[in-house]
Write a protein that binds this ligand. Structure first.
Ligand code: FAD
Length: 498
């Protein structure tokens, strides 16, 4: 089906927006992507300062198969835009009791490391990963790539046939406990839930597929970091005629199919209107509905958005430092042996965590172009509750605390050799991305917010208005947002394609 002679405006240039733009342009539409900020990529923005280049958001290039399939749809492959390097080790974990474990690409070595914690854990890992692989293959084909926007779409033979044996509804906590007793092994199998914005207690066991992603498919680093992937996809779009307008904040969406008027507040203060047949919003769903649409065009009221479970926000500390940061690896996790308190401060009683689990990313371990010679580039990411007050004094206090914690638990003292530094937190997510409650990730993947229970790709109130990105299905994460762009474009084609 084609969309020849039709025009579309895509609001927001995150991966969901860039992906939708590619699919719509490929179908023949004239597409303009309008982005509020000075660069494309949304939460995958890049910060450049004094010879350091930081990926501000995503840093784990997971599910390489999804990127292959995305570029493959357009007759291209990722390596025409960026090279990939497989990381080995995948990551290292420092437990705060002085213990550490490194997960490598070598399954036998990882099994041996697991056996150190618990007799039989090596075989349990094989069994766990076998199930995770099955869940991944079934889940991706029948639930992620197949869009099922309504609950009734689940009532079909295909779902029954393939849902057989899947431990869908229990919690990840219960699922992991069936395989591993040792709390540290449980933590290793569960840390990927942070990618989904959930906790082991509130995320359905279906997401054990993340372990297949991590252990079997491997962890890769794209040339140029995640910013290189943004550039690659934007270039692909440009080759198909997509136009990009940065420094343009959309202030209102009016009209409907065939006659949209998108009001843009350009950086130079000159307001302008864009006319289009369709509009796709990749901006946060709540922002689009509450701020850009008139009340009669909204599908959900303020109570709906207030009652959602938002994924965590984050305290981020971008650091350029002198010298090396051994023994940190490219991906390093620092975990307290008891981490439930941290999850409680995110999902139960909102507070700054006083014994946090956090992530350190050191791309200069792999890529010498991200830091000047003789320096290291890293960031620390502490997941925190959305909506937390992040006034300057609190941020300063927390910065000191995190630097102390890194020194104490990894042995790497950064405090006297920082040459470039920037923090990013709840209010910055709201200011920079119009993020609801300052969430870093969107809507958490709780059972009540998974699949058809997420807000839809089509507006039920405004014909011709669509949504994409991490608030919609399939959900959070770069690969998911790429797929969401395909679902959204398919919805436009189903409704208006000829
Ligand atoms: C710190 C962090 C770490 C992460 N780590 C990973 C990881 O390692 N791996 C992974 O796969 N995923 C990771 N993610 C998640 C991933 O980055 C996101 O799920 C994904 O990038 C979101 O894409 P999106 O399509 O939802 O759009 P977004 O990236 O949310 O972009 C939306 C865009 O809309 C723009 N916008 C908003 N309002 C307007 C307006 N009124 N007018 C014009 N433009 C507007 C915003 O400026 C923004 O550019 C991480 C995210 C963060 C924040």
């Amino acid at each position: 089906m084609k969309l020849a002679d039709r025009s579309a405006v895509v609001v927001g240039s995150g991966f969901g927006g860039l992906s939708t733009a590619c699919y719509l342009a490929d179908a023949g539409a004239d597409v303009t992507v309008v982005e509020k900020n000075e660069q494309l990529g949304g939460r995958a923005s890049v910060l450049e300062r004094d010879g350091f280049r930081f990926d501000m958001g995503p840093s784990w290039y997971l599910m390489p198969d999804v990127f292959e399939r995305f570029f493959g749809h357009f007759g291209r492959s990722p390596d025409e835009y960026y090279e990939l390097e497989r990381l080995d080790p995948h990551y290292k974990i420092f437990f705060k009791d002085g213990d550490s474990v490194t997960v490598t690409a070598d399954r036998e070595a990882t099994k041996a490391a697991f056996e150190e914690y618990e007799a039989g854990a090596g075989d349990a890992l094989d069994a766990y990963l076998e199930e995770a692989e099955e869940t991944y293959e079934i889940g991706m084909e029948h639930f992620v790539y197949t869009d099922r926007p309504r609950l009734r779409n689940y009532v079909d033979w295909d779902v029954f046939k393939h849902a057989r044996g899947l431990t869908f509804l229990g919690s990840m906590q219960g699922h992991v406990e069936e395989y591993f007793d040792h709390p540290k092994l449980q933590q290793i199998m569960q840390y990927t839930l942070v990618f989904l914005g959930g906790s082991p207690k509130n995320t359905p066991a279906l997401y054990n597929l993340m372990s297949h992603v991590d252990f079997n498919l491997g962890v890769h680093y794209p040339e140029g970091g995640m910013g290189g992937v943004v550039d690659g996809i934007a270039e692909l779009g440009a080759e198909m005629g997509v136009e990009y307008l940065t420094d343009g904040e959309v202030e209102a969406i009016r009209g409907s199919a065939g006659d949209f008027r998108v009001e843009v507040d350009a950086e130079d203060g000159e307001g302008e209107y864009l006319r289009s047949d369709f509009v796709v919003s990749d901006a946060d769903y709540a922002h689009t509905e509450q701020e850009l649409l008139p009340p009669q065009s909204r599908q959900y009221d303020a109570d709906y958005w207030d009652s959602r479970t938002y994924a965590p926000s984050a305290f981020l500390l971008y650091l350029g430092v002198e010298g090396d940061v051994d023994p940190l690896e490219h991906h390093t996790l620092v975990l307290p042996t008891e981490w439930n308190d941290h999850f409680d401060t995110i999902f139960e009683d909102s507070a700054w965590p006083d014994d946090p689990a956090y992530y350190l990313c050191v791309p200069s371990e792999t890529d010498e172009t991200v830091a000047p010679e003789g320096h290291s580039n890293l960031f620390a990411l502490v997941p925190i509750a959305p909506g937390l007050d992040d006034d300057p004094e609190t941020r300063e206090r927390y910065r000191e605390f995190v630097l102390d914690d890194i020194a104490e638990n990894t042995g790497v003292d950064l405090r006297d050799r920082i040459v470039v530094e920037e923090t990013f937190c709840v209010s910055d997510f709201t200011d920079r991305y119009n993020s609801s409650e300052g969430t870093a990730l969107g809507l958490a993947h709780t059972l009540r917010q998974t699949g058809p229970l997420r807000p839809g790709h089509r507006s039920s109130e405004v014909p011709g208005l669509y949504f994409t990105g991490s608030f919609t299905t399939p959900g959070i994460g770069v690969p998911m947002c790429l797929i969401s762009g395909q679902h959204t474009a398919n919805a436009v084609l189903e409704d208006y394609g000829e």
